[in-house]
Ligand binder design. Structure first.
Ligand code: ZN
Length: 286
């Protein structure tokens, strides 16, 4: 009995070893086989210098630690009940957000005449920004979603790095759709498409769909106006709904950034193969 004990222990041990995985850390093989899901990268943009950007949007985004770009235009600023002052814009800059140029008069930039006026249009905004300590923008948003080759080339000449257009011409204006995602391998950095343009009828379910369909290597570009937007109700977003959207972004683990932050993730190339570089939208009427 005494002599047979070691043999029994040996047999027991070898049987035990046969059932023990070679890796000692549980789950290692599974972790290697399935890559971790990539969190979506979402660019938040807010157009037209609406007062609620200063009063509601920027403080909420700051709480979440999100980045965003605010595109400012002078066009409606005389209506001080509904639109920001230059000092309000400076406050948003001081909170760490990007201020982008949306032109002085918010005209459509889709003709040679508009290209000729563009330098002055953008410089007037830059002068006001400089007066309140905001640096010269590197990003631009196409006004009324119009764009054209002469103006696109002018933007490049003026040193702009990024410009966001709308969901057009791929999708009709004013309807709820999910548009193209920004793919730096396809799109020119001065003609970055909007993935989704916020309308009053957006639901949380629709917002989740937009975020959940973000593909690795591409970016979801969101275009908002006022939250609320009392002067332009057709692009209004309710503050309560917006809070739900931002809570979902946080929950999804998305990286939420300003347009200028794209350089952290991509070279954001000027892409000669983008057919939009030779497209005029909308076609100017003769
Ligand atoms: Zn606008």
């Amino acid at each position: 009995m005494y002599k047979r004990m070691p043999l029994l222990i040996l047999i027991t041990l070898s049987l035990a070893c046969a059932h023990t995985p070679r890796h000692t850390e549980p789950g290692t093989d599974i972790a290697q086989a399935l890559p971790a899901p990539t969190p979506p990268i979402v660019v938040l943009t807010f157009d037209d210098s609406v007062q609620s950007h200063r009063d509601f949007v920027a403080p909420l985004l700051k709480e979440y630690g999100f980045g965003a770009t605010f595109f400012v235009t002078q066009l409606w600023m005389n209506d001080t009940d509904n639109f920001m002052t230059w000092q309000d814009i400076a406050d948003i800059h001081s909170m760490g957000f990007e201020i982008g140029n949306h032109s002085w008069t918010h005209r459509g930039f889709n003709t040679q005449a508009a290209a000729d006026a563009m330098e002055e249009e953008l410089a007037q905004v830059n002068v006001q920004l400089a007066n309140v300590g905001v640096p010269k923008p590197v990003s631009f948003a196409w006004c009324g979603n119009a764009f054209g080759p002469a103006c696109r080339n002018k933007l490049e000449e003026l040193g702009y790095k990024f410009a966001r257009r709308g969901m057009q011409p791929e999708l009709p204006y004013g309807e709820i759709h999910i548009g193209p995602q920004y793919d730096p391998a396809k799109h020119d950095a001065l003609l970055i498409p909007t993935t989704a343009d916020a309308y009053p009828k957006w639901t949380l379910d629709h917002f989740k769909k937009i975020i959940d369909q973000t593909q690795p290597g591409t970016f979801t570009i969101l275009q908002f106006h006022g939250v609320p937007d009392l002067a332009h109700p057709w692009v209004h977003t309710s503050p309560q709904r917006f809070k739900e959207f931002m809570a979902y972004l946080k929950q999804s683990g998305a990286a939420v950034i300003a347009l200028r932050d794209l350089t952290t993730y991509t070279q954001a190339p000027l892409n000669p193969d983008d057919p939009m570089r030779t497209t005029t939208y909308p076609q100017p009427k003769e």
